[in-house]
Design a binder for this molecule. Structure first.
Ligand SMILES: C[S@@+](CC[C@H](N)C(=O)[O-])C[C@H]1O[C@@H](n2cnc3c(N)ncnc32)[C@H](O)[C@@H]1O
Length: 220
């Protein structure tokens, strides 16, 4: 399968809700998913902040793991995903939340979403699955859909850490080049993400290492 066929790859991984949850959070257990969600909310609080008046967009929202916890804390939460199956599962999982919208996107851009329409855009546990060019395209697109002063956050596994390097080595040695699954993790470095944010015109650009993760964020 072509590495850039994000729609086909992720529709295949999200045929039913159990498979979708496994590929999003490594578990089908709602309790474990919500524990992971609390952790992500704390990461967002500690980097770009969460405000009740925020209109938020998540790029690659999966089954709405983060949306489930974040939507009640903000004015509006929009989740977008390249996979129509993920969008369908997220819509069902979040049906009781009034301020939630779900949008299927191409896998390469945020075209259905208008300019300057969000206060927060974030993308978590997605960059490891997409090509470097899509990473940068999404950061440029985030800048487009953010209002002036809007905040952007992204993360990836961090090649500079021992645990990030272990992931890289394990995947490098497990699969031969022609058998390598299209969606397996590809790490970033803090410098890579900071470069994209700066080149996309974000200001106050920061990054930090958190266990095996790199977080990067900035302001429009
Ligand atoms: C590991 S899941 C993470 C989901 C969610 N962000 C979370 O943390 O719970 C990766 C998600 O990214 C989506 N995805 C993969 N490639 C994408 C792309 N090019 N554009 C948009 N979404 C993509 C997948 O469909 C999947 O829902």
């Amino acid at each position: 399968m072509n590495k850039a066929d994000y729609k086909g790859i992720w529709n295949g991984l999200a045929e039913d809700i159990s498979s979708a949850k496994i590929h999003v959070g490594g578990t089908v257990d709602e309790g474990e998913l919500s524990t992971a969600t609390l952790h992500t909310l704390n990461v967002l609080r500690g980097t770009i902040g969460i405000k009740p008046e925020d209109e938020c967009l998540e790029i690659g929202c999966g089954v709405g793991r983060v949306g489930r916890g974040l939507a009640p804390l903000v004015r509006r939460w929009v989740g977008c995903d390249a996979s129509s199956h993920m969008v369908k599962h997220a819509r069902a999982r979040l049906a009781d939340l009034r301020n939630v919208e779900l949008v299927e996107t191409s896998g390469f851009d945020l075209k259905p979403l208008p300019d300057a329409s969000f206060d927060v855009v974030y993308c978590t546990v997605v960059f490891m699955h997409i090509d470097v060019f899509e990473r940068y395209n999404y950061i440029k697109e985030a800048w487009r859909v953010l209002r002036p002063g809007g905040r952007f956050f992204c993360d990836n596994t961090n090649l500079m850490t021992d645990d990030g390097w272990a992931i890289f080595e394990q995947l490098r040695t497990t699969y031969s080049p022609l058998e390598r699954p299209a969606h397996i993790s590809r790490c970033s470095t803090p410098q890579e993400l900071e470069t994209y944010l700066t080149r996309a015109q974000f200001r106050d650009v920061h990054s930090r290492t958190r266990h095996l993760w790199v977080d990067a964020w900035g302001t429009k």
